[in-house]
Design a protein around this ligand. Structure first.
Ligand code: ZN
Length: 501
């Protein structure tokens, strides 16, 4: 094997291992660390971040990559070529930005977070305005430096969804608006809304935890190589495919939230556990984009766990856990209740039909801000106007409106589209699975999830980063991302639930 390549492997594996340590520290901070340690932990994390940054910008790594770039790549395999390509990409991301800009972004990120928390508490958007304005300036400069060929907002999207641009997203989102706004109106105007009363009440926390653990393991989460713990915000972390850690939170008044968040995070975890780590701790074995990751969590949460066969399989187990609450419920009423659709102000609490409109609203605002057609000072008004237009409701406060998400306070512009791209990918993947395994719904009803997990392992998880997300979708489903699957799925499902004609 080429000595430059072996040299590269050594350097890249070291970076992966250090990132694994960083990730474990981050998990510990959210799950185990005593609150008093936060200052010391911040210093530990900053020191480690410095070491990782040095490794990633090491001129010797740059020389090594240049040697390999010049070489004839015919003698290298697919995974090797992928490692070189990915390493070059992240080396450029790290080195094209001057240190001054890196520091300004980091400083604004930590300061912005605190200002956003206060502005949200006090319902005072004007206090957050200077942070947003400065972020837009810095993120525009950042974009021009790393990807001078891309429009600034496209460069921001590219960070989360490589190769996806506004030109691809805008027509898809326009279609979604065209189809979903009337669907939501029809649902809202329907006189019969599902009975959700039996989902309210008190649900013992130990029963909730046992149920969530059982279902997570039933669908394939391997607890020899993973853990489930509790944190304020659910997430999927861990340091390696052999150490995948998911978290949830339990509320006595709501077992559906914790159960479905565990299923969601399990979907992320199965992707992480299914990565091809025999390729080494190298880029080729890593997961693809945010959108593809989200497609894996939403595949299990929505396509599988919000389906009728899944409800029919678990209904007795769930009713046994909460006999008093679910006494009068049936499989059918349970299925309708967990799939009820109602426009609301908060994105993270939105159902699968209204969620895309929350995302589209944010996408249009980010696009407008970077493109210059919208101004930061006008955002509360723009936000409320779009909420009224898309979901027929107007937030009474900015805390319930423009100030609700943490993304902008850390400078994460271009992230939101990934949620809805993921939902559409999930649906398209599920449609292909249905064609390849016609018995899939029977399997779900029987609690036989192994064929589904096996299919996702083979088609998606084990592909690592060998292909772009566009290539992967083409390879798995035989076509490019096509919103028709998602639109068709929502229309069929909700026409049936709400008896729409
Ligand atoms: Zn997720």
């Amino acid at each position: 094997m080429d000595r430059h390549y072996l040299n590269l492997v050594q350097k890249l594996e070291e970076i992966t291992h250090l990132n694994g340590v960083m990730s474990t520290l981050g998990w510990d901070q959210e799950v185990m660390m005593p609150a008093g340690a936060s200052e010391a932990r911040a210093k530990q994390i900053a020191a480690l971040a410095g070491v990782i940054h040095e490794c990633m910008t090491d001129p010797a790594l740059g020389d090594c990559l240049n040697e390999l770039k010049e070489k004839n790549s015919d003698c290298l395999g697919e995974a090797e070529r992928c490692n070189i390509r990915e390493a070059l990409h992240s080396y450029e991301l790290e080195t094209k930005v001057p240190k001054r800009l890196v520091q300004e972004l980091a400083e604004l990120g930590s300061r912005g977070q605190g200002i956003w928390v206060m502005a949200r508490q006090e319902n005072k958007f004007s206090n957050f305005v200077p942070v947003l304005k400065q972020f837009l300036e810095l993120k525009t400069e950042w974009a021009q430096r790393i990807s001078p060929d891309l429009k600034p907002y496209d460069a921001n999207i590219d960070l989360f969804e490589r190769g996806t641009t506004m030109d691809m997203i805008t027509p898809i989102f326009e279609r979604l608006k065209q189809e979903l706004i009337p669907l939501i109106e029809a649902i809202q105007n329907h006189p019969q809304q599902p009975d959700t009363s039996f989902l309210q009440g008190r649900f013992a926390l130990d029963k909730q935890e046992a149920l969530a653990r059982k279902i997570s393991q039933d669908i394939g989460f391997n607890t020899d190589r993973g853990r489930i713990d509790v944190s304020v915000h659910p997430f999927c972390g861990g340091s390696h495919p052999t150490d995948v850690r998911i978290t949830t939170r339990y509320k006595e008044s709501d077992f559906i939230e914790s159960l479905y968040s565990v299923i969601h995070e399990t979907g992320h975890a199965l992707y992480e556990q299914g990565r091809p780590h025999e390729l080494g701790d190298l880029p080729a074995s890593e997961s693809l984009t945010m959108g593809i990751h989200e497609s894996q969590s939403l595949f299990w949460e929505r396509m599988v766990a919000q389906s009728k066969p899944f409800c029919s399989h678990y209904f007795d187990t769930i009713r046994t856990a909460f006999p008093d609450n679910l006494q009068s419920a049936t499989v059918d009423s349970f299925y309708r209740a967990i799939n009820s659709c109602k426009p609301d102000f908060i994105r993270v609490e939105a159902d699968e039909v209204t969620y895309p409109l929350h995302v589209i609203l944010r996408y249009e605002i980010e696009k407008g801000l970077f493109g210059g057609s919208m101004q930061v000072d006008d955002l509360p008004g723009i936000w409320n106007e779009l909420m009224q237009k898309y979901l027929g409701i107007k937030p009474p406060t900015d805390t319930l409106g423009v100030l609700q998400d943490s993304h902008w306070s850390g400078g994460a512009f271009g992230y939101f589209p990934s949620y809805t791209l993921g939902a559409m990918y999930a649906c398209q993947f599920y449609n292909t699975l249905l064609n390849e395994q016609p018995e899939v719904e029977k399997n779900i009803a029987a609690g036989n999830f192994a064929p589904i997990k096996g299919w996702l392992n083979e088609k998606i998880h084990r592909q690592g980063r060998l292909y772009t997300s566009q290539e992967l979708v083409q390879r798995v489903t035989g076509e490019a991302l096509n919103p028709d699957y998602f639109i068709g799925y929502l229309k069929n499902k909700y026409s049936e639930i709400y008896a729409l004609v």
